[in-house]
Design a protein around this ligand. Structure first.
Ligand code: ADP
Ligand code: MG
Length: 261
């Protein structure tokens, strides 16, 4: 009788979709017998292995789905190089409370100051916390939406951009949008706002220039900003481009002192 149950254990776990637990069953049972584990200790051990593997798989899939251009972590960000940035604010963002609150994050500043780096780093934390996210640039997203509109599948495409817990829209304002593209960007902002789904947006343009960003449509720009700013954190990063700074430092190290007048 008991032998029959032992034979059923592994197949039963597998049938329930607990593949990791099924694979670990024999080894775990031996360990349990050798160390005289309680029954609940044994079960907890088996489930922990299953849950760990599932969590890892979820994070892997989230990162695949996200289409981040390259991996960057918060630990790689040198706050000393960026005194205009409040570290405590970034640490608060890293708790991901803004996701639960449906708060947008607007990272503003000139090129090279780390806006994309920070957006990606928060995106990785989002994936690791078990949430879906999607990374795109304003131009890439609106081009894709314009194509979808031409092919009569706009609403599905907008839904795809509304569903992930977080949408990162990089480089808003770098390239001029066509009027149609501007209205498509507005639609995405609007849809996500209605559902309290947060956006991280990076831009090199001051809010006063957002009329230009929206193809000269000041009314649409104002409506988009209203929605983006209603629940939001704004991070203004000032200073020089990190890349150029590094280049300058490297150059200074190469030029011998004697060449100085
Ligand atoms: P932006 O999006 O503001 O134009 P990026 O985030 O692309 O700037 O930064 C440019 C490059 O410099 C990236 O490789 C980024 O990782 C790096 N970088 C920028 N600021 C920092 C920083 N404070 N510490 C470490 N790396 C940085
Ligand atoms: Mg960038």
């Amino acid at each position: 009788m008991s032998l029959a149950y032992e034979e059923k254990a592994s197949a039963g776990l597998a049938a329930l979709g607990l593949a990791t637990a099924a694979a670990q069953l024999d080894q775990a049972a031996q360990q349990a017998a050798a160390a005289a584990w309680s029954y609940t200790h044994f079960l907890g051990y088996l489930l922990e292995g299953e849950l760990r593997v599932r969590r890892e798989k979820t994070v892997r899939l989230n990162l695949q789905f996200a289409r981040l251009p390259y991996p960057k972590r918060l630990e790689e960000f040198d706050f000393a190089q960026q005194p205009s940035l409040d570290r405590r604010l970034v640490d608060e963002l890293a708790t991901l409370r803004f996701l639960q609150e449906g708060r947008n994050l607007l990272l503003l500043g000139p090129p090279g100051v780390g806006k994309t780096h920070l957006a990606i780093a928060l995106g990785i934390l989002t994936a690791e916390a078990g949430h879906r996210l999607y990374f795109t640039t304003a131009i890439e997203m609106t081009r894709r939406l314009a194509k979808a509109m031409a092919e009569n599948r706009l609403s599905r495409e907008i839904k795809n951009l509304t569903r992930p817990k977080l949408l990162i829209v990089d480089e808003v304002g770098y390239l001029a949008l066509e009027p149609v593209q501007a209205s498509l960007l507005f639609q995405v902002v609007s849809e996500r706002y209605e559902r309290s789904q947060p956006i991280i947006l990076t831009s090199n343009k001051a809010f006063s220039d957002w009329g230009q960003v929206f193809a000269g449509d000041a009314i649409m720009a104002t409506a988009a900003l209203d929605r983006l700013l209603h629940r939001s954190t704004i991070v203004n990063i000032r200073g020089d481009s990190f890349r150029l700074k590094q280049k300058r430092q490297a150059k200074a190290a190469l030029i011998p002192e004697v060449t100085q007048p």
